[in-house]
Design a protein around this ligand. Structure first.
Ligand code: PBG
Length: 335
């Protein structure tokens, strides 16, 4: 607006004054995205010097431990403080009982140890769930009718969390949605002398259609059924708060909502009910949709990822798991 523009009417408040320059826009900005808000998931495979493309997740690759370390070191140098490790387990090591999940010489165990040895200041998060290790692809042990058994699964998850703690993990992240697992894991960790290991609970994890590319990445396909008897109904928000507050009572240090963008109302509702930090998972399908449109030239991926992650933070999340960490951090540092 120019000074000599003729005013047609007097307005006591013209909100555009606070948008008139880049510097004023920065002064009044309510939410700022920082590299330290972002957690980079990494898919880890066996071998050395190996990288594999994941067709439904352009720009994301499965990496052998040595390459994953390189990638993580670059992200850490740009201000990323944590990675979440996901092992891609060989088919012959998967079984109905998921015993590989707590193998102390398995791929996940070796990856955690390598990360803590080579990049000690970078926090390592590991999923506690059986699905990469079960032959049927479910997150739990199955009963005779194919139902997912709660309490026997929790016993497996406890073994898995203890193994991760012995390898030096900083945060264990139960992503299975069994009842009572946070309390059981907290008790077992404390009794074994791992009171310092944190629990980041996937508290409100929905049975979403957005996990397809992730399942391609870790090569899990459900042999039967779906995950609706343990993951949440997308229709529910009060139940999400109940789940999260129960996890809080059981000793969770950080509460997660997943997926993120279709569930911003859930993040906001939980924000109003807890003082614990909230994590959100911007999942594989949310990443894939943007990349697919960007490949056709319909959307600007880097700009949209920035706007997306900002919206997740604005809704109330303190930290965000995202496959777009690299793109967004590059953009944040260039500004
Ligand atoms: C495993 C797990 C899943 C994701 C994270 N941990 C898949 C699932 O529950 O089926 C999905 C992450 C993503 O889609 O990016 N329990």
């Amino acid at each position: 607006m120019t000074r000599n523009e003729q005013l047609l009417f007097h307005l006591p408040m013209r909100l555009r004054r606070n948008r008139k320059s880049a510097s004023i826009r920065r002064l009044v900005r309510e939410t700022e995205l920082l590299p330290s808000d972002l957690i980079a998931p990494l898919f880890v495979i066996e071998g050395r010097g190996r990288r594999e493309a994941i067709p439904s997740m352009p720009g994301v690759e499965r990496l052998s431990i040595d390459y994953a370390l390189q990638e993580a070191a670059e992200l850490h140098a740009q201000g990323i403080e944590a990675v979440a490790l996901f092992p891609v387990v060989k088919r012959e090591l998967r079984s109905p009982g998921a015993e590989e999940a707590w193998n102390e010489e398995g791929l996940l165990a070796r990856a955690i140890r390598a990360f803590k040895e080579r990049i000690p200041t970078l926090s390592v998060i590991a999923d506690v769930a059986l699905d990469p290790f079960t032959s049927h692809g479910h997150d739990g042990l199955t009963g005779e009718g194919g139902e997912i058994l709660n309490d026997p699964t929790v016993e497996c998850l406890v073994q898995m969390a203890l193994m991760q703690a012995r390898c030096g993990v900083d945060l264990v992240a139960p992503s299975d949605m069994m009842d009572g697992r946070v309390g059981a894991i907290r008790k077992a960790l404390d009794e074994a002398g791992y009171a310092d290991v944190s629990i980041l609970a996937y508290s409100a994890k929905y049975a979403s259609s957005l996990y397809g590319p992730f399942r391609e990445a870790v090569e899990t396909r459900l042999a039967f059924g779906d995950k609706k008897s343990y993951q949440m109904d997308p229709a529910n928000v009060r139940e999400a708060c109940l789940e999260a507050l129960l996890d809080q009572e059981e000793g969770a240090d950080i509460l997660m909502v997943k997926p993120a963008t279709l569930y911003l109302d859930v993040i906001a509702a939980l924000r109003a009910r807890t003082d614990r930090p909230i994590a959100a998972y911007h999942v594989s399908g949310e990443y894939a949709m943007v990349m697919a449109a960007a490949e056709r030239g319909w959307l600007d991926a880097a700009a949209l990822f920035h706007e997306t992650l900002l919206s997740i933070k604005r809704a109330g999340a303190d930290m965000i798991f995202t496959y777009a960490a690299k793109e967004v951090v590059g953009r944040l540092l260039r500004r």
